[in-house]
Ligand binder design. Sequence first.
Ligand code: FE2
Length: 297
Amino acid sequence: MKSPPPQPPDSITDQEAQAFLRDGFLVLRGVIRDSELAVLRRAMDGLLAYGLEQVRDHPDYAYGRGHLTGRPILHRVEYVIDKTEEAKVLLGHPYILRSVEKLQGKDFIPTWDSLVIKLPGEGMQVPWHRDAGMECVGDAPIFNVDFYLDEADLDTCVWVFPGSQGWTEERVSEITSREGFSTEGATPVPMHPGDVLLHNILLVHGSPPNTSHKLRRVIYYEFRPAHVELALGPHTPAYIPLKQKVLQSCIERRLASSLASAENPYHYSPPPPFEVHRTQGEELVTYRYPHEEFWRR
Ligand SMILES: [Fe+2]
């Protein structure tokens, strides 16, 4: 008798969670299925084409100075969830959301959502950095979920210092003040299309300038526990229910998508005082809540 095909796991395992807490990052292989990967790539290509057509005078399209030509090089597009249906559906990914819950608790909210790009021939260097400082970190790790749409090899991948989420500012600055991009002592994190990387916002990471002819597109979704956001910011309390509605709406969109039939859906049920007051099916006017409109300071 043929045994049934193995079911995909519901979330990261306890062992994986421990590894993430220890190292500050975690590689998850083959999370995004080929069919979803294909539509995500198409959707992100649309944003890429818009940003490449000309240097856009638009706050969501970020250009840096190319290390070879000095020309403006597109390296980031913000608020991709507002811009495409595919990115909304991706936010509802049940395995990812259960894994975020496992690490942060049931009151997590989505915060940043960005497309990060390394263009062929002149991919921007990302200097050694932490994504944020310690001042808004509470009792659970804040982290990014990085969805790889392309291969990231030793030319294009991110490099990390495992465990550096626990370093002192002084030790961090020894790395961030390095001249150029020396990978001495660091660990490369090569990724394949469809893989997902979780990285703590305090992890020291970066990537060298890319002179190869490879395109690397990664979608970054950051998550934070609502109780930490409420206590420490950086956004005002008003931001929390707005982003919870974004999350709920995206979960519903995933449920309505063709991907849902093969998945065990995620139910978002944050504890008091973070219950969501939203009518099921309520359409949102926007999925873009500019950070600068919600800063506390
Ligand atoms: Fe970063």
